[in-house]
Design a protein around this ligand. Structure first.
Ligand SMILES: NC(=O)c1ccc[n+]([C@@H]2O[C@H](COP(=O)([O-])OP(=O)(O)OC[C@H]3O[C@@H](n4cnc5c(N)ncnc54)[C@H](OP(=O)(O)O)[C@@H]3O)[C@@H](O)[C@H]2O)c1
Length: 238
C-alpha cells in the first residue's frame, strides 16, 4: 500500500480565506489492531466550522486533516483485528477511545487528537469504528456520529405522547425532530426564518415558533402550545 498515493485536505491557518489545502501523500498501512478505511463520505458539523475559524476550545495541531465524521469501506486489516474484514462498511465513533463509561479528561477527539476524515484513505483503530447497516448509504451514515448521536442522547427517556422542544435548524435539532417524531412525541420547533419553518413542518414539526418575530416565545409556548402541561420537555440544542 505504501507506494500508492492519495489526496487529503489539511487545515491552513485559522480564519484564512482558504480554510484547507489539498495535499498528495502516501496511503498509510494499518498496524496491530488497526484497519485501513477507503473514505467514501465525510460530513461537516458546527464543530468543524469553529475549528476552521480557530475558535475551538481545544488546541488543534498545525496542518491537521479536518472533519470529525466519515464513512467508508475497510480495504486492509492489520494484525489482531477480528471485528472487521476487507469489504465491511464502517463509520466512526465521535470519541475514538471512549468505548464505555463517561466522558473524562483522557477522552480523545478527531482533529484535536487524531487526524480527521477529509481524506481518501485513513488508518483507524478497529475499536473506533462501527458497522453500517445495509439500508444506509455512505453519505447517510457519515452524518450520524456527531450531530445525530448528540440528538439521540438528548432524547433518552422520551416516551410517546411527550412534548419535545427543538431549538433552531442546525444538525442536532433536525435529527432531534426526526427521532422525536419516530418515538411518537409531539415536537415544537423554533427557528428565525419562515422559509425554514416550512421545512420544519415538512419534517413533521407539530408547531413552529419564530423566535425573532415572537420575542417572548417562551411565554407563547407555555400559554398556547403546551397549555401549561408537559411531562417531559427536552432541549437538545447545545
Ligand atoms: N453537532 C453536534 O454534534 C454537537 C454536539 C454537542 C453539542 N453541540 C452544540 O449544540 C448546538 C447546536 O449544534 P448544531 O451543530 O446543530 O449547530 P448549528 O448547525 O450551528 O445550528 C444552530 C442553530 O441554532 C439556531 N440559533 C442560533 N442562534 C439562536 C438563538 N439565539 N436562539 C435560538 N436558536 C438559535 C439557528 O437556527 P435558525 O437558523 O433556524 O434560527 C441555528 O441554525 C451548538 O451549540 C453546538 O456546540 C453540537
Amino acid at each position: 500500500m505504501t507506494n500508492k498515493r492519495m489526496h487529503s485536505y489539511r487545515l491552513t491557518k485559522p480564519g484564512s480565506a482558504n480554510v484547507a489545502r489539498l495535499t498528495e501523500e502516501a496511503i498509510p498501512t494499518p498496524g496491530h489492531g488497526q484497519v485501513l478505511v477507503h473514505v467514501r463520505a465525510s460530513a461537516i458539523n458546527f464543530r468543524d466550522l469553529i475549528i476552521a475559524n480557530g475558535w475551538y476550545p481545544l488546541p488543534i495541531p498545525d496542518d491537521q486533516v479536518p472533519l470529525s465524521d466519515g464513512a467508508g469501506e475497510v480495504v486492509a486489516v492489520g494484525e489482531g483485528v477480528s471485528r472487521f474484514k476487507k469489504g465491511d462498511r464502517v463509520a466512526n465513533s465521535f470519541f475514538p477511545n471512549l468505548y464505555a463509561g463517561k466522558f473524562n479528561q483522557a477522552t480523545q477527539q478527531w482533529v484535536a487528537h487524531h487526524e480527521g476524515w477529509l481524506t481518501e484513505y485513513k488508518v483507524v483503530s478497529a475499536e473506533a469504528l462501527v458497522g453500517i447497516p445495509d439500508h444506509l448509504s455512505f453519505e447517510e451514515a457519515a452524518t450520524l456520529p456527531c450531530a445525530a448521536v448528540t440528538a439521540w442522547s438528548a432524547l433518552q427517556g422520551v416516551r410517546a405522547g411527550d412534548t419535545v422542544l427543538t431549538q433552531g435548524t442546525g444538525g442536532v435539532a433536525l435529527f432531534a425532530l426526526q427521532f422525536a417524531k419516530a418515538m411518537g412525541a409531539r415536537v415544537i420547533a423554533t427557528t428565525s426564518s419562515w422559509s425554514k419553518a416550512a421545512r420544519l413542518a415538512e419534517l413533521g414539526a407539530d408547531h413552529v415558533l419564530n423566535y425573532k418575530t415572537v420575542e417572548e416565545w417562551g411565554v407563547d409556548f407555555h400559554a398556547n402550545v403546551t397549555q401549561g402541561f408537559h411531562r417531559n420537555l427536552t432541549h437538545p440544542v447545545g
